[in-house]
Design a protein around this ligand. Sequence first.
Ligand SMILES: Cc1cc2nc3c(=O)[nH]c(=O)nc-3n(C[C@H](O)[C@H](O)[C@H](O)COP(=O)(O)OP(=O)(O)OC[C@H]3O[C@@H](n4cnc5c(N)ncnc54)[C@H](O)[C@@H]3O)c2cc1C
Length: 266
Amino acid sequence: PRNILERDIKYIEAMGVRIKTGVKFGIDVTLDDLKKEGTAAVIIAIGTYQGLKMGVENEGSTNGYIDCLAFLRDYARGEQVVLGDKVIVVGGGNAAIDAARSALRCGVKEVSILYRRSYQEMPADRNEIEEAQAEGVEINYLSAPVRIIEKGGEVRGLECVKAELGELDESGRRRPVPIAGSEFVVNATSIISAVGQQPDLSWNKEGLAFSVSPKNTLLVDDNCHTNIEGVFAAGDAVNGPTTVVEAMANGKKAASAVDVYLSGKA
Ligand SMILES: Cc1cc2nc3c(=O)[nH]c(=O)nc-3n(C[C@H](O)[C@H](O)[C@H](O)COP(=O)(O)OP(=O)(O)OC[C@H]3O[C@@H](n4cnc5c(N)ncnc54)[C@H](O)[C@@H]3O)c2cc1C
């Protein structure tokens, strides 16, 4: 809730933290700028603000296909979002649930979630899943997107395929394996993609060269220190999409590491 957020921000400011809004690190202010200002240590905690692609045909080129974060941002700003009567949200995390419930609040008649694994593997919070279903969101498990169906550049539906669970993958969850011949089509006026996020590191170029993982997250050592002297990183930008609690815990760890770094206790 916004009032809780406001209270927390005021609390942080009262502790002496100066907050500059509307400034993009790497674009409006660079690491060099900060160093020239005499900044001795930096913590990068930029979250994961780049939506991943579903990797299906017609993605991105069709009107009615929307990235989850863009949709939630526009909705939160009170902008008018035209979704039509039937929305499919693809994904299984809290972001997918938020998008589905927000779509209902936009007045959409039918909202369904398409998730490629089963309920057990779904990363969204259990209570959020139940609340979404109680509000009327339908969840289709073990179903994966194959192709966005369009006509004249407008979304008309989603071709999907049924999946079964196979061997464990690198995430420790059973891998969804498409069942040949089980393709089916769901009509839709809009498709919201919520299949994951990564940090927006588009600024990490031209001589900066922060080390990144294969998942495009910032690499740090045990003390949250990046490969660049005096620059630390924390939260989802390091660990990928997690939870508020985990990001806050990691932020505290980074703050302690900076304290040690600045006071030369290490
Ligand atoms: C839709 C959605 C729903 C979620 N629901 C839940 C939930 O129910 N429960 C839960 O525990 N977690 C939830 N999460 C996850 C949770 O929000 C994150 O794990 C947590 O906020 C990460 O904290 P962070 O500080 O690392 O990054 P963030 O909270 O993402 O903050 C990063 C900040 O950095 C800013 N930023 C980005 N790039 C730059 C730049 N170049 N320069 C300056 N600033 C920049 C961003 O605008 C943002 O304000 C959800 C996430 C999403 C996307």
